[in-house]
Design a protein around this ligand. Structure first.
Ligand SMILES: [Mg+2]
Length: 225
């Protein structure tokens, strides 16, 4: 098998829990704010709100999509409210940034979050202006991963050749459509149980697995993967 460094010219990265550690606490903050948003918007108690949050995340891919489809929530307003975060708790990973900059070709961010969140995180991890393209949930018409449509959209929009592209994500089921459209798939096993993920049925779609993106990319750059 050809080394990734020779095969891949387009590197597609998820953002949250992929380009920074899952234990940073950022996602916990988002989850809290989503629960509170639902509580306030639907005028129900917080425990019920958290149940709905989980249910929609599982059924619709994102809580946002469930809130849009079932309650007509304005997506931009929702995303603005749930991303009022303390970003200071996330910091740069020097090794990761070094290895990212050694990769030849285009680097793209593909996230279910919104642009404001992406830019805030990138600033914190010292990767502002590093990526060639950012594809956020608004550009995907609020259709989240793992629905296949936005993957096809990315290919067209950025003129991507799937056979020379690799996608990295911490949610295994997001890599199923990635593999189906022809990307090489790399699962970042972030070491936490994501209740919406379905690792078992996704396994055969995962070309590579790693618990550390930085050392994985170091091996890619050395030509050993
Ligand atoms: Mg993620």
């Amino acid at each position: 098998m050809t080394n990734l460094i020779n095969k891949i010219d387009t590197w597609i990265f998820d953002l949250d829990n992929t380009l920074y550690q899952a234990d940073s606490g950022i996602f916990q903050q988002v989850h809290e704010l989503m629960g509170k948003f639902i509580e306030k918007h639907l005028k129900i108690d917080i425990n019920k709100a958290k149940e709905i949050q989980k249910k929609y995340y599982k059924l619709h891919g994102t809580t946002l999509r469930g809130m849009m489809d079932n309650h007509g929530v304005d997506p931009d307003y929702f995303l603005e409210e749930v991303h009022k975060l303390d970003y200071s708790i996330v910091g740069p990973n020097k090794l990761l940034n070094e290895q990212l900059s050694k990769l030849n070709g285009r680097k793209i961010i593909y996230t279910n979050a919104n642009m404001q969140h992406v830019l805030s995180v990138l600033k914190q991890i010292n990767l502002s202006n590093f990526f060639d393209e950012i594809f956020d949930i608004k550009m995907a018409n609020y259709i989240p991963k793992p629905e296949i449509k936005p993957y096809e959209q990315i290919i067209n929009k950025f003129n991507i050749n799937p056979s020379s592209s690799a996608m990295f994500d911490d949610i295994a089921k997001n890599l199923v459509p990635a593999k189906k459209v022809g990307f090489t798939s790399v699962w970042i096993d972030a070491g936490y149980e994501n209740f919406s993920d379905d690792i078992k049925s996704s396994t055969s779609y995962l070309d590579f697995k790693t618990s550390k993106l930085d050392s994985f990319l170091k091996d890619v750059n050395k030509g050993v993967i």
